[in-house]
Design a binder for this molecule. Structure first.
Ligand code: NAP
Length: 525
């Protein structure tokens, strides 16, 4: 499939009329063909109107039809074959093998959501049967289900050109809920976005769904994104990116005449606590594994371990020594975009220049453009607690080791943290009592707590939470990865005393769809 440089508005291709975007190969700084003319407010309106026109039909599709549509999206993406893999690697600087893995994850996410739709549990069906004889007042017949919110705007992420972009987790969960989607492509990978967009466009047509179920817009300089979030027919937003971008869009979403939910995943330093028993028993292997997690993909993961907390003394010294040796062998890696590289260099220089930090170890120097040289720095717990700038995310392979005097300091460091996507405890049995106190704090701070693991690598499954209090996300009540991500795009409706013929199929007394339901507070089926 060739890359046309056009937006997709429903079933049509449309050439934009605003400032063009051109992808850059971050390995060479060469521009990649073609150019993608950006969209305007008029294109946003056209896509949103089509999405709204498609909404009622799409949301009322039978579960099997919607599940097959999700599977068809997966098949069409696989059919793009090497063209997609090569283009995504060129535009992102990510190795082919990583892109292949990400494509498989994208396809698996779509298939997981197909199963979620078939199972029907997301509808949270409840029936409270009428009690006409109840005294002093009869109880009406009450039937409850979740319905989709309406068209969703999705912002593609720079760091996951497939799994968190055009057909990524936000889009898959919105489709599963029954919401049409308008994607604002990330300007770093327009070619990848166009290819995946056409795959979805084909799946919409093959599934005989209304064309407005999916549109893809391009645009840089914030205009298209801001217009999309402002548009009255857009009813929710999914975003992964910077804290500044996420908070700017949160403000737009909240200040609309009709405010809408905005699910932004933004910034997290993912603390790892080295409990003393574990540090003494296996500090060396922990150091090597942590360096592996820190430097994977040039550290450009939202779950990258940017903060390592330990108790000062010979065990931490030895941990740092092994980590430094491991880091010494790590080659500099190409970052996603020149802008992300510039932001990394600037943030790292600021951290290195901070009077309270020392640079403990560096990876190998850069050999090409936009390469991330990994770094591990050190600061005391007191400095870390006193100065919030030490708690800012550095997006890339840089971590700060915070030295504590004792485990009480662990609790104080944890209390000083903002909301996090993850928090990790490296612990042995001898650490359980102290870990239990820390857990109470970490539950308040993070969306996922790991023991003896490393935060990079997020399982896509039913029990996963990839969320957390602000600024990890804009709404800590949700997850953007895993089956529960569908809940972001749903709201409950209760039907009181509706005649049987008008009751939605899933709530009919005879249960024609065979879904699990709560009848008078008890699980049925
Ligand atoms: P970004 O600058 O926030 O941009 C993400 C998307 O949001 C782009 O499509 C951008 O559109 C749009 N956008 C940003 N600000 C906007 C605004 N004020 N109004 C309307 N639209 C807006 O993120 P990025 O390009 O992916 O990376 C920049 C930085 O984000 C990185 O250096 C890193 O610090 C952080 N980041 C964090 C994570 C994480 O998971 N924690 C992931 C990726 C990036 P335009 O192209 O039109 O500007």
């Amino acid at each position: 499939m060739s890359i046309l440089g056009q937006m997709l508005i429903g079933s049509r291709h449309k050439t934009g009329t605003s400032k063009p975007i051109q992808a850059v190969n971050p390995r060479t700084n060469e521009r990649l063909e073609p150019t993608f003319a950006g969209g305007t407010a008029a294109d946003v309106a056209e896509a949103a109107q089509l999405a709204w026109a498609a909404f009622d039909t799409f949301r009322n599709t039978a579960p099997e039809k919607r599940a097959r549509f999700l599977e068809s999206c997966a098949e069409q993406i696989l059919a793009l074959g090497e063209t997609l893999i090569k283009r995504a690697s060129l535009e992102s600087g990510l190795p082919l093998v990583r892109i292949e893995g990400e494509r498989n994850r994208t396809v698996a996410q779509l298939r997981l959501f197909a199963e979620v739709v078939r199972a029907g549990d997301y509808l949270d069906l409840r029936i409270d049967q009428a009690l006409p004889e109840r005294q002093p007042l009869p109880r009406p017949d009450l039937r409850y289900r979740m319905i989709p919110l309406g068209p969703v705007a999705v912002f593609g992420a720079s760091n996951f050109p497939l799994a968190f972009s055009v057909a990524g987790g936000d889009t898959a969960s919105a489709f599963a809920a029954g919401c049409p989607v308008v994607v604002k492509a990330h300007s770093a990978h327009p070619g990848t976005s166009a290819l995946v967009g056409r795959a979805i466009q084909k799946a919409v047509a093959a599934s005989e769904l209304p064309e407005g179920v999916f549109s893809l817009l391009f645009g840089s300089g914030n205009e298209v994104g801001a217009e999309l979030v402002k548009h009255p027919l857009i009813k929710a937003v999914g975003f992964t990116g910077s804290r500044s971008g996420g908070t700017a869009l949160m403000e737009i979403a909240a200040n609309r005449p009709e405010p809408i939910p905005m699910y932004a995943e933004m910034s997290s330093i993912n603390p790892v606590f080295l409990m003393p028993g574990a540090l003494a028993a296996r500090g060396d292997s922990m150091a090597r594994n942590l360096v592996g997690s820190l430097t994977m993909g040039a550290g450009q993961f939202c779950t990258n371990p940017g903060l390592i907390v330990g108790i000062e003394g010979p065990d931490l010294d030895s941990f740092i020594q092994v980590a430094a040796q491991a880091l010494d062998g790590i080659a500099a890696q190409t970052m996603l975009t020149p802008g992300i590289y510039a932001a990394y260099t600037q943030s790292l220089m600021a951290l290195q220049g901070h009077p309270a930090t020392q640079t403990l170890a560096l990876g190998q120097t850069e050999l090409g453009p936009n390469q991330c040289r990994a770094a591990v720095l050190n600061a005391s717990a007191q400095s870390f607690i006193n100065d919030h700038t030490l708690r800012d995310e550095v997006f890339g392979a840089a971590a700060l080791v915070v030295s504590c005097r004792d485990v009480q300091d662990f609790v104080r460091v944890a209390e000083s943290l903002e909301g996090q996507l993850t928090a990790t405890l490296q612990l042995d049995r001898s650490d359980y009592a102290q870990a239990s106190r820390l857990l109470t704090v970490l539950e308040r701070k993070a969306g996922r707590i790991l023991c003896n693991g490393y935060p990079t690598g997020v399982e896509v499954s039913h029990a996963m939470v990839h969320g957390g209090p602000f600024p990890a996300t804009s709404d800590g009540r949700s997850t953007s990865v895993g089956a529960a991500a569908i809940n972001r795009f749903l709201r409950p409706v209760c039907y009181q005393d509706l005649p049987g013929e008008l009751v939605p199929e899933a709530l009919r007394s005879e249960n024609p769809l065979g879904f699990r339901r709560l009848i008078n507070g008890r699980v049925d089926g």
